[in-house]
Design a binder for this molecule. Structure first.
Ligand SMILES: [Fe+2]
Ligand SMILES: [Fe+2]
Length: 276
């Protein structure tokens, strides 16, 4: 398979592979608890080169703060991606300029704080591109994520041994379309935001690993992270309700992506779902 990257992942021992553990939307304290419970055993079992997690709901179920991101990094996550709740915590707006290894959606208009893509250096010196994009279907109007993907992929350059795209979107069709749009141009397109893990993980025809939604990491007995009674009340009455993150049993949803030795494209994608 021909590489789409200039930098081939070669060592004196032969070709390397890159193993990426990507954890789906971490929801509030229960999500952080699930990370503390299961991340270390997962790392021991799969020995990923990098752990990436979507952290858009990590602080109280809405947004992220510097403190919760630091706690996440302290537990072994290397890179955090975000989503539509990125501006929910006002203090993060300025902190995004200074906290390393946090990626916010790349398709906001203008020049917002933070980075929409980063190149993360692995412990052995290889580099991995990580991009965050927001969908537009059933979501707020934003710049086109497909054009943003083209722009950012050109910007990342070729000296990386893989690229992961976190496509944070509502509509399944938009996510699948992004998968095929980027097929053969990055290692993986992983969907986040809808919080329920989908069973459609696969490697697309040109070599990009894909899943519509990785699923959330947070309270198991909940409606996508929120206390179920509150959500039921809102659906039944249409009245505004202050959502609270549910308590009780937790779950962790993730995917493990293995890239091809030389090409940077994907060999395999495996779903992980751990429940108490
Ligand atoms: Fe989320
Ligand atoms: Fe979201």
């Amino acid at each position: 398979m021909t590489s789409f990257f200039e930098f081939e992942c070669v060592s004196t021992f032969g070709f390397y592979r890159v193993q990426i553990l990507f954890i789906g939307d971490i929801v509030g304290a229960p999500g952080r608890q699930a990370i503390k419970k299961w991340l270390f055993p997962l790392v021991c079992e799969y020995q990923p080169d990098v752990v990436i997690a979507n952290a858009e709901n990590i602080a109280g179920g809405l947004g992220a703060t510097a403190a919760t991101l630091r706690e996440l990094f302290d537990t072994g996550v290397h890179v955090a991606t975000l989503g539509n709740h990125v501006w929910r915590r006002k203090e993060l707006i300025k902190d995004l300029e200074t906290i390393a290894n946090v990626v916010r959606p790349a398709n906001y208009p203008g020049d917002p704080p933070g980075k929409g893509a980063i190149v993360y250096e692995l412990s052995d010196g290889r580099k991995l591109g990580i991009i965050n994009l927001l969908g537009r279907t059933f979501m707020e109007p934003l710049d086109c994520p497909f054009e943003a993907a083209d722009r950012v992929l050109n910007h990342i350059g070729k000296d990386v041994c893989g690229i992961l795209v976190d496509f944070h979107a509502e509509a399944t069709s938009e996510k699948v379309a992004m998968g095929f749009f980027l097929d053969g141009r990055c290692s993986a397109v992983v969907g986040t935001h809808t919080h329920v893990q989908t069973a459609d993980e696969r490697v697309l025809p040109k070599g990009t690993a894909y899943i519509t939604d990785v699923g959330m990491t947070g309270p198991l007995d909940s409606v996508i992270g929120v206390e179920s009674d509150l959500v039921i009340h809102r659906f039944r009455t249409g009245m505004p309700v202050e959502f609270k993150v549910a308590k009780g049993r937790v779950l962790l949803n993730a995917v493990l992506i293995m890239t091809d030795d030389a090409s940077g494209l994907a060999k395999d994608i495996k779903r992980i779902s751990l429940k108490e």
